[in-house]
Design a binder for this molecule. Structure first.
Ligand SMILES: CC(C)(COP(=O)(O)OP(=O)(O)OC[C@H]1O[C@@H](n2cnc3c(N)ncnc32)[C@H](O)[C@@H]1OP(=O)(O)O)[C@@H](O)C(=O)NCCC(=O)NCCS
Length: 179
C-alpha cells in the first residue's frame, strides 16, 4: 500500500502550494469558485500571504503531491468556528483514503487551535464531495448561498453551495446556525 503523509506547509512552501492549487482549479473548475486563470497571475507576495493567513495541508506519496486542503477562520462568523476549504485530491488518488487523511489532519489542527466546529461550503451538485464529507462526520445544514463558478462554463444560475458542519468535541454539541 502506498504510504501517505500529510504535512502543514510554511510560507517557504508557497511555490509548492501554488502548483497544487492551480492544478486543482484546472482539473476541477466546477468544484471551486475561483479560476486557475485569475490565480495564475497572482504575484509571489500574495501567495506568501495566503500561506500565513490559513493553514495549508499537503498530502503526498513518496513520489508526488496528491492532495491539498486548507483551514482558516477569516471568513467565519465566530472565532471558534473554522472553515475547511480548497479540498482537492488528484484523480488517480481518489478513493484511496487521501481525503480522509487530509481531513483527519485538518480536524486535529483545528482542535489544537481550540476550534469547536469546522464548516465546509460545498456545491449541492457535488455528490462525491458531499458523500465524502458526510462519511467523515460533517452534517448538512440549512445554510445555502449562491455559487458563482468563475473557472468553468457552467450554465446554471441556480448553482448553490450548502454549509456542512463537523463538531470537533467529543459530544455532538449544538450545530451553530451562523457560520
Ligand atoms: C471531494 C474529494 C476530495 C473526495 O475525495 P475522494 O478520494 O474522491 O473521496 P472518497 O472516494 O474517499 O469518498 C467519496 C465517496 O463518495 C462516493 N461517491 C462517488 N461518486 C459519487 C457521486 N457522484 N455521488 C455521490 N457519492 C459519490 C464514493 O462511493 C465514496 O463513498 P464510500 O467511501 O462510501 O464508497 C475528491 O473527489 C476531489 O478532489 N474532487 C474534486 C474536487 C472537489 O470537488 N473538491 C471539493 C470542493 S468543495
Amino acid at each position: 500500500m502506498t504510504e501517505i503523509t500529510v504535512r502543514r506547509l510554511t510560507e517557504e512552501d508557497w511555490a509548492e502550494y501554488r502548483a497544487l492549487r492551480l492544478r486543482s482549479l484546472s482539473e476541477s473548475p466546477e468544484a471551486f469558485v475561483a479560476s486557475a486563470e485569475e490565480e495564475e497571475d497572482y504575484p509571489e507576495e500574495r501567495w506568501r500571504g495566503r500561506m500565513t493567513r490559513s493553514q495549508r495541508l499537503l498530502a503526498s506519496t513518496e513520489s508526488e503531491a496528491v492532495g491539498v486542503a486548507s483551514i482558516g477562520t477569516e471568513n467565519t462568523a465566530e472565532d471558534h468556528i473554522g472553515e475547511l476549504f480548497g479540498l482537492w485530491v488528484s484523480p488517480s488518488a481518489r478513493g484511496t483514503g487521501v481525503a480522509r487523511r487530509l481531513l483527519e489532519a485538518a480536524a486535529n489542527a483545528a482542535r489544537e487551535d481550540n476550534l469547536t466546529h469546522l464548516a465546509y461550503w460545498v456545491g449541492t451538485d457535488n455528490g462525491r464531495a458531499v458523500a465524502f464529507a458526510s462519511s467523515f462526520g460533517f452534517r448538512p445544514t440549512d445554510n445555502r448561498r449562491p455559487m458563482e463558478i468563475r473557472g468553468a462554463d457552467v450554465d446554471d444560475e441556480d448553482a448553490e453551495e450548502m454549509a456542512m458542519v463537523l463538531p470537533l468535541g467529543s459530544s455532538s454539541g449544538n450545530i451553530p446556525t451562523s457560520l
